[in-house]
Ligand binder design. Structure first.
Ligand SMILES: C[S@@+](CC[C@H](N)C(=O)[O-])C[C@H]1O[C@@H](n2cnc3c(N)ncnc32)[C@H](O)[C@@H]1O
Length: 430
């Protein structure tokens, strides 16, 4: 049998090579004897000549390809002027974009986030290249401190303001706890920022899973998420803005600033690319820089180069000591639409839950005063600057020095400093 086939085939090698034969040739009882094997044709392709393959023989044995279906064209009616089903109406691009926007907005956790219908065409263009995120995606080079190093309080049930170990302490002799929250005067179920807390430059340390207190503890506000609805609208000269259809109480938590967490080196690159546009969505996580200098000196003197696992990370620290930056340009939350004002109604405050990690924490917005529904939400992008809303103040209004390369401020407030920030990244919350 082998020889019979081999005689049809111009290539003796494939058929006489036992391994090759076994790999493709069906056993005798699998072959249909009623259909004679078509005669093998000589190879036509160069590859067949120089690199013999079994393709030609496979086709021949299987009877090549199934017959093509014959279509009787004469039976197909010719209907002039009637478009096919796909062309009954042009694709509704506006409707598709609308649905995409709705889908993206629905992905945002918490009470609904909507947009002013007048802003739809502009927002549609923007949102196609933007993703809403509920948590901060950590990008290359960003390494959080493990939860194992986090310490919790030993409170039972709800925390005791006087003894809770999570709270930071006054730096005076009293060493008393700094309590960030209190009950809203008109709603005992709502915790709001204590007005006294606004007079200081401090971070909020909330309780965490490592604590003895329960989920209903008063020191868990930001981690419980947004409670107000938000609306994106178009302001005109300042681009999009954000407001809430709900009344917001003085001290109420609004939402966190979310975005990609990137290294300062990556932020420098992104900033260089976008400087020409004059827009910035970068916030440095540098609040605690300089507060741990003694600790850093001790740590560096006691660790050798070989056993320091964080060497790579330390390389990313800039002169300012800042390791990471949050970028809300392409991935972010609705708060990335909050504009600057020299007389703001909100303030951004750093909030930590993993107290061991001084480089990664939340940037939370709180209302500085009662905000009526549909009032634009604003905060001071550069509160530490001269004339900024930070404690101490400075030169305001027309007397403020304006950097010619800075982004012009269009907030229109009487105390306007004339610029958002010197032409560089926002230096975090100070
Ligand atoms: C965090 S974004 C705010 C949202 C932004 N309006 C948008 O449409 O995406 C910051 C940018 O908004 C603009 N902006 C915010 N506040 C402004 C103000 N008071 N005056 C002028 N431009 C402002 C600047 O272009 C700034 O870089």
């Amino acid at each position: 049998m082998l020889q019979r086939l081999a005689s049809h085939c111009p290539f003796s090698l494939p058929f006489t090579h036992p391994r090759f034969f076994l790999s493709f040739y069906p056993p005798f009882h699998h072959r249909r004897l009623s259909k004679p094997t078509p005669p093998l044709q000589p190879p036509t392709a160069l590859s067949q000549t120089y690199y013999p393959t079994d393709a030609y023989q496979r086709k021949a044995i299987k009877g090549a390809y199934p017959k093509a279906k014959r279509v009787k064209r004469a039976d197909t009616p010719l209907v002039l002027g009637a478009p096919g089903p796909l062309l009954t109406r042009p694709p509704d691009v506006r409707q598709q974009t609308h649905q995409t926007m709705q889908r993206k907005l629905r992905a945002i956790r918490g009470p609904e986030v909507t947009y002013d219908p007048a802003a739809e065409p502009r927002l549609a263009d923007f949102i196609m290249n933007f993703e809403f995120v509920n948590t901060n995606p950590l990008r290359k080079g960003v390494v959080p401190v493990s939860e194992e190093f986090n310490a919790g309080c030993t409170c039972d049930g709800v925390c005791d303001e006087a003894t809770c170990l999570c709270l930071s302490k006054e730096e005076d002799e009293s060493n008393t706890n700094i309590v960030p929250y209190r009950r809203a005067p008109d709603d005992p179920h709502m915790m709001v920022l204590d007005p006294k807390f606004l007079t200081r430059k401090a971070m909020i340390y909330e309780c965490s899973d490592r604590c003895g207190c329960n989920a209903g503890c008063w020191n868990r506000v930001v981690q419980n998420g947004r409670t107000v609805r938000l609306e994106i609208f178009y302001t005109g000269d300042r681009g999009f803005g954000l407001r809430s259809p709900d009344r917001i109480r003085a001290g109420q938590f609004i939402d966190c600033y979310t975005g990609e967490v990137i290294t300062t080196a990556a932020a420098d690159l992104r900033e260089a690319i976008h400087t020409a546009h004059g827009t910035s969505y970068l916030f440095s996580l540098d609040f605690l820089n300089g507060q741990y200098e003694d600790y850093e000196e001790d740590a560096s003197s006691s660790s050798s180069d070989e056993d320091n696992d964080e060497d790579d990370q330390d390389d990313q620290v800039t002169e300012s000591g800042c390791k990471y930056v949050i970028d809300g340009r392409n991935f972010g939350g609705p708060t990335r639409f909050i504009n600057h004002s020299c007389n703001p109604n909100c303030r951004m405050i750093p909030v930590s839950r993993n107290h061991a990690d001084r480089d990664l924490y939340d940037l939370a917005f709180f209302a500085l005063r009662e905000i009526p529904p549909n009032t634009e939400l604003t905060f001071d992008y550069n509160p530490g600057s001269e004339g900024g809303g930070g404690v101490g103040g400075g030169v305001v209004g027309k007397n403020a020095k304006i950097d010619p390369s800075a982004v012009r401020c269009l907030c229109g407030e009487a105390n306007c400093r004339g610029q958002l920030w010197p032409n560089q990244r926002k230096k975090g919350v100070r």
